[in-house]
Structures are given as structure tokens and as C-alpha cells.
Design a protein around this ligand. Structure first.
Ligand code: XLS
Ligand code: NI
Ligand code: NI
Length: 443
């Protein structure tokens, strides 16, 4: 593909590929912890972490917030329409190259503008997808997942698959059909509920909406089968925002929904850190819930702001969170076809182009550090041994009977009567947190 003079235009001139320089480095355009080729536990860091750039935050978003207009200084914004879409695509692959990330993700509407009709929208999308395929081939960068934006346009005011209007359901189906075709061509597919929830029960038939959502997802599974798409479908839990109550509130709720409707063999979860905390859980809790059900598919790597009550989608820099997240991911045996997708945006006041690089470097280093620490914690069985010891009463006597399903209320009552003295032991929470700190600081 012909290169334009956009490199200069985008002011990335002079910035070379970001290199690993080690933790003593003071160079803000270098990695201190992320050393892609370094092998940890038999796998390179690059293969463990499978980083992905989120197109919508990094190439498309302009810094608009509830009170103010865009602030981002993006030279490519001088274009409009399809020219803008093409310019963003070009700069996207320059960024992927500089950061050496192996994956990216997008919503259909971030990469190409909507036309007057669905036909025109699809045509515009195809033009960009064709080019994207070319760039992907040249660079080796792959698509982690694509998804349908079914929340921005006013037609989705009442939701998409859970809209009260059948025409919207049909439109959404057409959009996801195209998304599955795209995924078959380029990558995986993810469903984020968008506006799948309700604002007030006074006008809502909850049972019907849940049934509709399930039948929508079954149709997606059927269509995938029909066209021979074998990638992974993902559901991304989120508790609120934009609707007051989202149906995919958290991992446990999403799993119950998938099981209730016989969808759990077709879908896994894409766990997002900021959605976890919005739901009143820790990131590691949501990962654990998904993991123990065998449904951890992929991760949206970001963080929230505990002082703000909304989805701030900040770049992840909290080392406790990245360490405990990597702990879950390693215990899961990795993310399979999933990855760590930076569903994160630079702050509105970080409006210069370089900030995109600093932000990704910060996130990549935070997860690289988390990986190193989590790997050592697991190798040294720091928590495993404590946990094993803590539950030891279930490996002998009455405890073993309970574990092996040999106990019943009669035998347990008899036992309880005979053993009136119960001796509990300390949970040692503070001591364990100090151990975690020690590992974090040592590495
Ligand atoms: C928004 C979601 C969104 C999904 C993809 O809160 O996190 O960005 O990841 O639609
Ligand atoms: Ni997300
Ligand atoms: Ni989010």
C-alpha cells in the first residue's frame, strides 16, 4: 500500500520503536519491565500478555466529556468522513508498530462512519476492512476482537437485542451478522451489552427482554455455525452505565444468564477491571469467578478511579491490581485466544500524541511487572500453601466425608453433638498482604 507523508503529519517522526531498557532506565519512551522476548515460566512475556490496543479510545475518541468538547490534538482529525477513517487506520498501524503490540480491537463504527443506509454503512466498512487486512498482512498485527457498536446511534435508545422495538432487534441482528462475518475474516467477536438493560421497571418487561437477548445470542451462534466461524464469542459484564441496570451486571450474573439459556458452551467472558469495581467487586474477584467456571476468555485491561462513580477507563498502573490479575490469568493457564486489551483512554488533559505512547508503556510495564511477581508468588506457593493448610480439616475425618459426599445431616448432627469444642484459627490477612508487598518490592 502506498505510504503518504502522514508520518510527518502525525508528528511521530523521530520516535523509534519502543525498546526494553530495564528498570534503571529514565527514558519515558522505553519499557522498564516489559521485555517481550524474556521467557517466564516457559513462555515469552509477549505470549503471556498478548497486549491489544483499543481502536476507539486511541484512534477515535477526542476527549469529549459531559462538560466539554474534544481536547485531543490529532493531526489526522483535519480529515473527515472516509478520508478520516483511512488516515486513522494508517496511524493506527504506525502506533502498533512503535509499541510492538501484537493485537488490536475495534467496534464496527469506530473504524468506518455510518452511511445513510445500512447498505452504504456496510460498503464503507468493507472499504476499510479491505485496507485493514492489507495492513495486518504487512505488519503481522492481529485482531484480538471486533464488536458491534449498538449503543451510540439514537435508534438504540431502548437497547439493541433488548429493545422494545422489533425493528431495532432486526437492525442489531443485521449489524452483528456483519460482525461475525468480519470476525471470521479477521479475528474474534465480543458482545458488550451496550444499552442492554433498563432504566425503570415501570415500562419494562424484564422476562421478555432477557428471552430476547438469549434468542439473539443463539441466532449469532447458529449463524456462526452456518458460515463455519469457529472463533470465540465473548460477553463483557458491566453493571450500570449507560442504563441504570445492565443485564450483564457482573461475571456471576452473566454466567447464570448463559447457563439459564444454554449459552455457556458458546460464550466466555471478557472481564474488564473498571466494570468489576463499578459492580462493587475487585478485578481479581471477577477474574476468579470467570476462571473457576472455566469461562475466562479475555480481559479489558484498564482501571477505574475509586473517587469517581463511573467508567473512567484509565490506563492500568495499579501494581496490586495487575499482579493479582496476572495471578488469576496464570492460574487459568493463560488467556487462550484472548488477550490484555487496553480498553483505556488517556485523560482529557493528556492531549498530546506522545501521551498515547506514555499511556500504553505505563500499562504494558504495569502488567509485565504483575506477571513477574505473580509468577514468583505461584512458584513459591506463597498463597497456595496457606490455602491448602487453611482447609486441611476437609482432608480427614468428618471433613473428608463432607468433601466426598459421604456425609448427611444425620451424621453431621451426631458429629456436632460429640465435638462441642470448635477451635478456629486466624486468617492472617495482614501477614499475607505484607508477603505480597515483599514480593512486589523485591522484583
Ligand atoms: C464500555 C465497554 C466497551 C467494550 C466494547 O464500557 O467497556 O468499551 O469493551 O464495546
Ligand atoms: Ni470494555
Ligand atoms: Ni468500560
Amino acid at each position: 500500500m502506498a505510504k503518504s507523508n502522514m508520518k510527518t503529519l502525525y508528528s511521530l517522526e523521530g520516535i523509534g520503536k519502543i525498546q526494553y531498557e530495564g528498570k534503571q532506565s529514565k527514558n519515558p519512551l522505553a519499557f522498564q519491565y516489559y521485555n517481550p522476548s524474556e521467557v517466564i515460566g516457559g513462555k515469552t512475556m509477549k505470549d503471556h500478555l498478548r497486549f491489544s490496543v483499543a481502536y476507539w479510545h486511541t484512534l477515535t475518541a477526542d476527549g469529549t466529556d459531559m462538560f466539554g468538547t474534544g481536547t485531543m490534538q490529532r493531526a489526522w482529525d483535519s480529515y473527515s468522513g472516509m478520508d478520516l477513517a483511512k488516515a486513522r487506520l494508517e496511524v493506527a498501524f504506525q502506533l502498533f508498530d512503535l509499541l510492538d503490540v501484537p493485537y488490536f480491537s475495534f467496534h464496527d463504527r469506530d473504524i468506518a462512519p455510518e452511511g445513510e443506509t445500512l447498505q452504504e454503512t456496510n460498503q464503507q466498512l468493507d472499504i476499510i476492512l479491505e485496507r485493514m487486512k492489507e495492513y495486518m498482512k504487512q505488519s503481522g498485527v492481529k485482531l484480538l476482537w471486533n464488536t458491534a457498536n449498538m449503543f451510540k446511534h439514537p435508534r438504540f435508545v431502548h437497547g439493541a437485542a433488548t429493545s422494545c422495538h422489533a425493528d431495532v432487534f432486526a437492525y442489531a441482528a443485521a449489524q452483528v451478522k456483519k460482525g461475525i462475518e468480519t470476525a471470521k475474516e479477521l479475528g474474534a467477536d465480543v458482545f458488550w451489552g451496550g444499552r442492554e438493560g433498563y432504566d425503570t421497571l415501570l415500562n419494562t418487561d424484564m422476562k421478555r427482554e432477557l428471552d430476547h437477548m438469549a434468542s439473539f445470542l443463539h441466532m449469532a451462534v447458529d449463524y456462526a455455525k452456518e458460515i463455519g466461524y469457529t472463533g470465540q464469542f465473548l460477553i463483557e459484564p458491566k453493571p450500570k452505565e449507560p442504563t441504570t441496570h445492565q443485564y450483564d451486571t457482573d461475571a456471576a450474573t452473566s454466567i447464570a444468564f448463559l447457563k439459564q439459556y444454554g449459552l455457556d458452551t458458546h460464550f466466555k467472558l471478557n472481564i474488564e477491571a473498571n466494570h468489576a469495581t463499578l459492580a462493587g467487586h475487585t478485578f481479581e474477584h471477577e477474574l476468579r469467578v470467570a476462571r473457576i467456571h472455566g469461562l475466562l476468555g479475555s480481559v479489558d485491561a484498564n482501571q477505574g478511579n475509586s473517587l469517581l462513580g463511573w467508567d473512567t477507563d484509565e490506563f492500568p498502573t495499579d501494581l496490586y491490581a495487575t499482579t493479582l490479575a496476572m495471578y488469576e490469568i496464570l492460574q487459568n493457564g493463560g488467556l487462550g485466544a484472548g488477550g490484555l486489551n487496553f480498553d483505556a483512554k488517556v485523560r482529557r488533559a493528556s492531549f498530546e500524541l506522545e501521551d498515547i505512547l506514555y499511556a500504553h508503556i505505563a500499562g504494558m510495564d504495569a502488567f509485565a511487572k504483575g506477571l513477574r511477581v505473580a509468577h514468583r508468588l505461584i512458584e513459591d506457593r506463597v498463597f497456595e500453601d496457606v490455602i491448602k493448610h487453611r482447609y486441611r480439616s476437609f482432608s480427614e475425618g468428618i471433613g473428608r466425608d463432607i468433601s466426598e459426599g459421604k456425609a448427611n445431616f444425620h451424621t453431621l448432627e451426631e458429629y456436632a453433638m460429640k465435638h462441642p469444642l470448635i477451635r478456629n484459627e486466624s486468617g492472617r490477612e495482614e501477614q499475607l498482604k505484607a508477603r505480597l508487598n515483599q514480593y512486589l518490592l523485591e522484583d
